[in-house]
Design a binder for this molecule. Structure first.
Ligand code: HEM
Length: 440
């Protein structure tokens, strides 16, 4: 699909929604097709999306979760400091993953993903099991499966993805049942203040509302919808920000003058006696330009999620029969020389004059979160997290490549999948650069 005008047409005429679901993902479990991300357009999706838009990703809840993001970021800084003290390299992806997974797990499920130093043996076991489930799901989602392209070869299960999915889904169901049971126990003890509700509570409230109970058939949201939505929200929020964050760091390491400029901005706005706060971000114009440029050059999900035409349609002379699977190549769009000067160059200066880069789906030259009604519902959170992590990392540590490696030769090879991370995980040396008492 060619850049801007086609995307505009598709979005405006609403011909394009999620019609197709990855066959592997739903074949052995109704789970994903009943949630948000992979479900086809219909009453269930409309209701879940309304809850997500109007009750989950609201400004009020974003504000209420500030402390969770701050605490988890400080965990990340402490974990990196620990590596430094042991003379180890920092694998940026692993630290980022622990941050996003713990933060999302707390927001969605009210529990951490990794165990802390004071955790009991039972908590450690639970955290390990949870980590296993999520890693296995990410790996399977990213696998290239021949049968998705040549369906009649499915019976061969080349690569074994289907067998692994079959083994994984019962474990996921069991895990989700436990989470729901824990929430039910908590909820029976009495009403929960709005600011203490996690996303599971919000979904359970919606399911239990009289308005929903009175509905029938596809209109009715049941426990399977709630479980599928829990998975979507957790999984949707862990990998994508992490991929973007690792790419941004790689670009900064490869371009030392840009890294220096960002550090100078951070020092002048934040100083050296405290860590970055989310409230600093509006004053950090260069930071916003750096992250915007990373969204342009490295969209985490380059083909978005698969879309499909809902009816026979004509767009700019191309005919799309109903049911055509459409992949929107946002990677090609944001690297198109028709839209951008020097499109392959990482140059935050392009966003330094004028308003901030718009990644909300209105500027069809840059669509890291998609566009139209199936665009990411968590754009504000995704942008905020990416800016907050990059600002904090660049401000709290001096970063350099391991001995003998030079920035210009950093391996920027990509690996393909649902998301596109660096093929070789970024490994860096870190040195704390702020007042020493902050790292204790
Ligand atoms: C940098 C961060 C993020 C990026 C780049 C990103 C990107 C995307 C993209 C490209 C899509 C598909 C859009 C389409 O197919 O048109 C999507 C959908 C979705 N994202 Fe995000 N996302 C991010 C953060 C998050 C977070 C933090 C959450 C949850 C807490 C989340 C939850 C979802 C969900 C539920 C959908 C499915 C929406 C639907 O089909 O109606 N995302 N995201």
């Amino acid at each position: 699909m060619v850049p801007s005008r086609s995307s505009t047409s598709i979005s405006q005429h609403h011909i394009c929604d999620r019609g197709h679901v990855d066959e592997r993902l739903i074949s052995d479990s109704a789970c994903l097709s009943l949630g948000i991300g992979f479900s086809p357009y219909g009453p269930n999706w409309r209701q879940l999306r309304k809850i997500v838009n109007e009750e989950i990703f609201t400004e009020k809840r974003m504000e209420a979760s500030t402390e969770i993001r701050k605490q988890e970021l400080h965990h990340m800084i402490r974990s990196i400091t620990h590596h430094v003290q042991q003379g180890k390299l920092v694998t940026f992806k692993m630290e980022g993953m622990a941050f996003t997974a713990n933060m999302m797990a707390r927001l969605v499920l009210n529990r951490r993903f990794t165990a802390g130093i004071n955790s009991t043996a039972e908590e450690v076991d639970k955290a390990k099991h949870f980590a296993y489930l999520v890693r296995e799901l990410f790996e399977l989602e990213g696998m290239l499966v021949i049968a998705d392209y040549v369906p009649w070869l499915r019976f061969l299960d080349i690569g074994g993805a289907e067998k692994r999915m079959k083994a994984l889904f019962p474990l996921f169901h069991e895990f989700l049942n436990q989470i729901i049971a824990e929430h039910e126990v908590k909820r029976q003890k009495g009403p929960i203040a709005e600011e203490d509700e996690d996303m599971v509570d919000v979904l359970l409230n919606a399911m239990n509302r009289k308005e929903n109970q009175d509905k029938v058939g596809d209109e009715y949201l049941d426990m399977d919808n709630v479980k599928a939505a829990i998975m979507d929200l957790f999984v949707g929020g862990v990998d994508t920000p992490n991929v973007l964050i690792e790419w941004t760091m790689a670009e900064l390491i490869r371009n030392p003058p840009l890294l220096r400029k960002l550090k100078e901005e951070l020092d002048s706005v934040v100083g050296k006696d405290r860590f970055v706060e989310e409230t600093d971000i509006p004053k950090l114009k260069y930071l916003r330009a750096v992250v915007g440029e990373a969204f342009r050059l490295h969209p985490a999900a380059p083909l978005l999620a698969p879309h499909a035409s809902l009816k026979d349609s004509e767009v700019e002379g191309y005919h799309f029969p109903a049911g055509t699977i459409l992949y929107i190549n946002t990677y090609a769009i944001s690297r198109s020389p028709e839209s951008w000067e020097r499109p392959l160059e990482f140059d935050p200066e392009r966003f330094m004059s004028g308003p901030d880069v718009d990644v909300s789906g209105r500027d069809f030259r840059i669509l890291p979160f998609g566009s139209g009604r199936r665009r990411c519902p968590a754009i504000n959170m995704g942008v905020l997290l990416s800016r907050f992590v990059i600002a904090s990392m660049v401000h709290a540590f001096d970063w350099s490549l391991p001995e003998g490696q030079i920035p210009e030769e950093l391996d920027m090879t990509e690996v393909s999948g649902l998301t596109v991370p660096l093929a070789k995980a970024l490994e860096l040396q870190a040195k704390p650069r702020l007042a020493p008492y902050l790292y204790i």
